[in-house]
Structure formats: structure tokens, C-alpha cells
Design a protein around this ligand. Structure first.
Ligand code: COA
Length: 360
């Protein structure tokens, strides 16, 4: 028994931005970007909202729009979703949640919704948390049945995890060190508790303090003077009135160091918890932050790089949606089939990191 992925979808914005185009905005070149990152193009949401992207990925995961992947034939009814979890850094609104906005758009009338802020680990934190909730609910439902009473908690059988990101809204387009890396998009999976299938085999999540602010974006809710401030205190008032930085900031090399060690550590932990060897995994589906980080992890794991899914060349880093987009492309391209084992790994601001192994 376990939480099985029964549908997968993605959505990328229409506008493709090349490295040469970025070279017209900041002092950079295709020759600098490609060997250091593996990125050739990224899709930028000029017109699409997070709701547009998330809903399209969700409808594809449900089999209600072309281009998705379903484990079995036939579309999945949005009304059968018990919950929607949306890992995102860039919701369209502070509230309602991004998940609630997607709920409304796709007609998931029975779903309880919330967003999750865990940066680029959203793929792993989202699916792992969904798995934990499904397992807990299955135990609650079984106990209730045995005792002849109703379940004590919301019964959860199907959860949509949909990461929708518009990193373009957090990027400082004058900062060449970061603006070349990121893109927009959404990735989604429908997870269902099944008594007759493995699904999720293991998960591992961790947090490390980002004491040096190596990966940081100030709150969208900037500090501003409140009527309760000591207005006579000039220094306090000046500090409160100072504009906050709306853009993401990153110490590239420090993040690179964290990312390489976290990725390998999390993969090893997820393998060990599932009692798998690296060779048992058909395809590793890592967060797409830098192709060099992915190649490093493959080398450390003693795996050929073809066993690691790479989509960063045309997506850039789409935060929590990256690996869900990469997973969708692997399923649609039949690099993964039912019965295969996949392993997703992520890391990012927080500092968060994690990995999960699952049987398709
Ligand atoms: N184009 C041209 N030159 C650039 C540049 C760009 N887009 N960005 C930085 N440079 C310059 C720097 O200014 C620096 O110049 P200097 O030596 O004259 O000071 C030089 O290139 C080297 O910069 P550095 O930051 O050391 O480059 P790097 O080899 O570490 O590569 C990253 C930069 C961002 C590609 C790399 O550090 C990285 O990928 N880090 C991890 C990022 C990540 O994963 N973030 C998301 C986590 S979820």
C-alpha cells in the first residue's frame, strides 16, 4: 500500500527568453551562461498568472487537458480531490492561497487548500507531506471502520500537489549573477492512496539555518511605520521607512557548495530509508538549479549522467516546480514507466533540502 502518483502535468509560459536576449539587458553572454549552468532558454510569464500556470498543470495531471500523463486511462474528476497543496514562493495573492485560486479554476469543489513555503524543495516537501497525510488518513479510516465509527479527521484519498512559480517577479533583472538562472512554470502530480501498490517508498526532509543569508528574499510584506511606532525616535522611524529589497539575493558559490552536498546527502538518505541501492533507481529527477550540480551528484552516486533527468536547458530554475516539470517530461517521454523507481531530490532557500523515492 502507498501513495501512488496517478497523474502528472506541467505548464510553461509562452514567452521563451534566450541567453542572447539577457545579454541585451545585463553584461552576460551565452558563452558564459551555458557552460556554467546548462541553461539555454527559460520561459517567462509575461502574461500568465500563477493561477493560469498552476491550473493548466493541474488539468493536465487530471487528464482533462492534452499533454499530461495518467497512470490509467481516463480523466480524473477534479471533484474527487480531497486536498490541494501548492508549494510556491510567488503566489498571486497573499490570500486566498495559490492553492485555493487553482481550486476555483479547476472546479476541485471538495478540496481543502493551502500553500507551502519551502522554496526549491517544494517538489519533495509537497509530495512527501501529501504522502504522510494520505498514510495517516488511511490509518484513521481503517481504525474508524474497525470501530464502526466515523473517521476522526478529514478523510484524504486523493491530493493534488501543484507547484506554481513566477520567479521572474522576484528576480532583479539588473543582477546578472541571478537573473540568468531562473524561469517560470508549474508542475503537478495527483497522488492517491492505494492498498494494492507501493507508490512512495521513502522520504527525507531537512532544514539548515541560513545564518549568512546565502539565499534570501525579503518579505513581500515590507516593514512600514505603524501608528504604534515611537515616532519621536528618528532612528527607529528611518529604519522602518527604509525601502525593503524586493528581490532575491544569492551568494552563488556558497549555495553551490550547499547544493552539491545536500543533494547527495538527501539522495543517500532516501535510498537508505527505502533499502535501495543507487542502481535500483531507473531515473533520478533532481531540482534543476544548475546542470553542474546535477552532474556532480551523478558522479558522487557513481551513476551515469543519463540516469539523471535534465530539463534546465529549456526551463531554468523554476524553484519548487522544477523537479515536477522534469518528472512530467520523463513520464511523457516514457523514460519512466509504471513499475519503475524514480527518486526526486530538491534543495533551496530555508535552507531546505530533501529527497523521496517512489515506484511509478
Ligand atoms: N555573466 C557574466 N559574468 C558573470 C555572470 C554572468 N551572468 N554572473 C557572474 N559573473 C561574473 C562575476 O561577476 C565574477 O566576476 P569577477 O571574477 O570579475 O568578480 C565571475 O563571473 C565569477 O563569478 P562566480 O559567482 O564565482 O561564478 P560561478 O562560477 O560561481 O557561477 C553561478 C555562478 C551562479 C552559476 C554558480 O555559483 C551557481 O550556480 N551557484 C548555485 C546557484 C543555485 O543553485 N541557486 C539556486 C538554489 S535553489
Amino acid at each position: 500500500m502507498g501513495s501512488v502518483i496517478i497523474g502528472s502535468g506541467k505548464s510553461l509560459p509562452a514567452r521563451i527568453v534566450t541567453n542572447d536576449e539577457l545579454g541585451q539587458i545585463v553584461d552576460t553572454t551565452d558563452e558564459w551562461i551555458v557552460p556554467r549552468t546548462g541553461i539555454h532558454t527559460r520561459a517567462i510569464a509575461v502574461h500568465e498568472t500563477g493561477t493560469d500556470l498552476g491550473a493548466e498543470a493541474a488539468l493536465r495531471a487530471l487528464g482533462q487537458a492534452e499533454g499530461g500523463w495518467q497512470r490509467e486511462e481516463g480523466a480524473i474528476d477534479a471533484a474527487s480531490l480531497d486536498m490541494i497543496i501548492c508549494p510556491t514562493l510567488t503566489p498571486d495573492a497573499a490570500f486566498p492561497s495559490q492553492a485555493a485560486l487553482i481550486r476555483e479554476r479547476i472546479g476541485a469543489v471538495n478540496a481543502v487548500c493551502y500553500d507551502m513555503s519551502c522554496a526549491c524543495s517544494g517538489c519533495v516537501y509537497g509530495t512527501s507531506t501529501a504522502d504522510m497525510l494520505l498514510a495517516a488518513s488511511a490509518a484513521d479510516i481503517a481504525a474508524a471502520k474497525a470501530a464502526g465509527r466515523p473517521p476522526r479527521r478529514n478523510p484524504l484519498r486523493r491530493i493534488l500537489v501543484v507547484a506554481a512559480e513566477r520567479l521572474s517577479r522576484l528576480v532583479d533583472w539588473d543582477d546578472r549573477a541571478t537573473c540568468i538562472l531562473f524561469g517560470d512554470g508549474a508542475g503537478a502530480v495527483v497522488m492517491e492512496w492505494r492498498e494494492d501498490a507501493d507508490g512512495m517508498l521513502s522520504s527525507y526532509m531537512e532544514n539548515t539555518d541560513d545564518a549568512d543569508h546565502v539565499l534570501w528574499c525579503d518579505s513581500a510584506f515590507c516593514d512600514r511605520p505603524l501608528p504604534f511606532d515611537a515616532v519621536s525616535d528618528e532612528a527607529a522611524r528611518a529604519a522602518a521607512e527604509a525601502p525593503c529589497d524586493p528581490y532575491m539575493r544569492m551568494a552563488g558559490q556558497a549555495v553551490f557548495k550547499f547544493a552539491t552536498s545536500a543533494m547527495v546527502r538527501c539522495i543517500e538518505e532516501a535510498l537508505s530509508r527505502a533499502q535501495l541501492s543507487p542502481e535500483d533507481v531507473t531515473l533520478y529527477v533532481p531540482h534543476q538549479a544548475n546542470e553542474r550540480i546535477i552532474r556532480y551528484a551523478a558522479k558522487k552516486m557513481g551513476m551515469p549522467s543519463e540516469r539523471f533527468q535534465v530539463t534546465i536547458d529549456h526551463t531554468g530554475n523554476v524553484s519548487g516546480a522544477s523537479a515536477l516539470i522534469a518528472l512530467n517530461e520523463a513520464l511523457v517521454e516514457e523514460k519512466l514507466a509504471v513499475g519503475d523507481i524514480a527518486l526526486m531530490a530538491g534543495f533551496g532557500g530555508g535552507l531546505t533540502a530533501g529527497a523521496c523515492a517512489f515506484r511509478i
